[in-house]
Design a protein around this ligand. Structure first.
Ligand SMILES: [Zn+2]
Length: 194
């Protein structure tokens, strides 16, 4: 789901919660429901080797990445969208008794449920690992088949470079073996960023 859509839905939910929750906690709920997607930006930094910090390029990168949804080696890990991250924040919120942390946790869950419903409707639930353990297992299986989930990311960088964004290419790739594997892009950009 695109950031603007999350901002719209999160904003409406924030306004609805404000009378009962108060503005500070509601605002944190709304902010968390949007800024959980910061992990997409971290992906971009990781795969371009820190060469580009541009938010616009990061957004284009993730839009372009959706061209590769159909590939067998397509597997996304967004660390803030994992079961482990949700459990950790929940435990911290319960342990501290902080209403603000609870609001942040609720905002993250709200965002995640919005993502899930969109992915379910588009039948792409499988493209994201929903836990770190799941990612580890699926990455190992892909490796056994000679595939790497790094490949769609690296191919996306190459495509953007071909399209006139040379600064996106990292000098050192995170997985030289993955970089050597072939890419098959459909050339179709989906309307969603998961
Ligand atoms: Zn998301």
């Amino acid at each position: 789901m695109r950031p603007a859509t999350h901002a719209l839905i999160g904003g409406a939910a924030t306004a609805a919660l404000a009378p009962s929750l108060g503005w500070p906690a509601s605002a944190l709920f709304g902010l968390a429901s949007v800024f959980i997607d910061v992990d997409h930006y971290l992906d971009f930094l990781y795969y371009n080797g820190g060469k580009s910090w541009s938010l616009r390029k990061a957004y284009l990168f993730h839009l372009r990445l959706t061209c590769h949804h159909h590939r067998k080696d397509f597997l996304v890990l967004n660390v803030l969208h994992t079961t482990e991250a949700f459990i950790l924040i929940l435990l911290l919120a319960l342990w501290s008794g902080s209403l603000w942390l609870q609001a942040i946790w609720a905002g993250m869950i709200f965002h995640y449920l919005c993502d899930l419903s969109m992915m379910f409707r588009r039948r792409i639930l499988h493209v994201r690992a929903h836990s770190l353990l799941e990612y580890w297992i699926r990455r190992r299986r892909l490796a056994q088949a000679g595939l790497s989930p790094d490949n769609p990311y690296l191919d996306t960088l190459k495509e953007l470079q071909a399209g006139g964004n040379p600064s996106l290419i990292a000098q050192s790739s995170p997985s030289p073996r993955a970089a050597a594997l072939p890419a098959k892009a459909s050339g179709h950009i989906d309307s969603v960023v998961v």
